[in-house]
Design a binder for this molecule. Structure first.
Ligand code: UDP
Ligand code: MN
Length: 283
């Protein structure tokens, strides 16, 4: 049996909790056996949403194969694959308790639009479907592979993930939207962290609220002829500024091997797959 003192499960080299008392999830700060027992008791069901629009279908197989090794092992998982090319996706059979659900959706011409419209589609399916099927949603990019465990330690009411390019940057370096004309505008003296657009989640009602907000702000901007600098990521950062996440994932959960690995990064759990941007984004 485990035992703990106030000096175990602590890290002194990184921030473990935000000033609003949300935990930041790092290796060595939690006991996965305790958490697994809690979430099994609740018979938790997790939805993993991923978009494979146009050429991005090529990423799907590796994404799911590696997720089967590392994502919520031992728990119930629905992979919700949003795609405009359902025929390109072969039959994927998974063990009991885990399944792939293909959701056919429209595609958009510009990659920025494809990326932003994820908010609208996650919102709509949250209300129609996800709310009846899962307890939590995890919403991620598809151009990724799992390379270490990602489990129930990430789950909470509403969570965001520290962008691997900005964890050490000061606020004035964050690439928030800085034009006042955009609804995503963040004043220079505000903002807690720079969150990544490619990894957020929470309970279905919380993800509904988040995606609904981001989509509506995007539509307002569109009517005004402006698009936030980093698209859905900018609206997400605005949302989290005034609706603070209840848990934050460290860059262990979203890494890119193009960055030098700092000492405090003990695990790289979910890593970007290199891509030729021009080749893959344009059809
Ligand atoms: N995406 C897609 N098809 C596209 C462009 C984007 O399916 O033509 C989805 C895909 O899930 C991708 C996400 O939108 O992971 C975000 O785009 P991307 O990964 O290119 O952004 P980056 O991570 O390079 O900022
Ligand atoms: Mn990506």
């Amino acid at each position: 049996m485990y035992s703990s003192t106030i000096l175990s499960y602590r890290r002194t080299d990184v921030l473990m909790v935000t000033p609003w008392f949300a935990p930041i999830v790092w290796d060595g700060t939690y006991n996965i056996d305790i958490l697994n027992a809690q979430f099994h008791q609740r018979n938790v069901r997790v939805g993993l949403t991923v978009f494979a629009i146009k050429k991005y279908t090529v990423f799907l197989q590796r994404f799911i194969e590696t997720a089967e090794k590392f994502f919520m092992v031992g728990h119930k998982v629905n992979y919700y694959v949003f795609t405009d090319r359902p025929n390109d996706i072969g039959n994927i059979s998974l063990p009991e308790g885990r399944k792939v659900v293909i959701l056919e959706v429209p595609s958009y011409k510009r990659w920025q639009e494809v990326s932003m419209r994820r908010m609208e589609m996650i919102r709509d399916y949250s209300q129609q479907r996800f709310i009846h099927e899962v307890d939590f949603l995890v919403c991620v990019d598809v151009d990724m592979r799992f390379s270490d465990e990602v489990g129930v330690e990430i789950l909470g009411d509403v969570f965001g993930t520290l962008h691997p390019g900005f964890y050490a940057a000061s606020r004035d370096r964050f690439t928030y939207e800085r034009r006042k004309q955009s609804t995503a505008y963040i004043p220079p003296d505000e903002g807690d962290f720079y969150y990544a657009g490619g990894y957020f989640g929470g309970t279905v009602p919380e993800v509904y609220k988040l995606t609904n907000y981001c989509h509506n702000e995007m539509l307002t901007d569109k009517r005004n002829g402006i698009e936030a600098i980093w698209h859905d990521e900018s609206y997400l950062n605005k949302y989290f500024l005034y609706h603070k996440p209840t848990k934050i994932l460290s860059p262990e959960y979203l890494w890119d091997n193009g960055y030098a690995v700092p000492q405090f990064l003990k695990r790289r759990r979910f890593v970007a797959v290199p891509k030729n941007h021009n080749e893959i984004r344009n059809k």
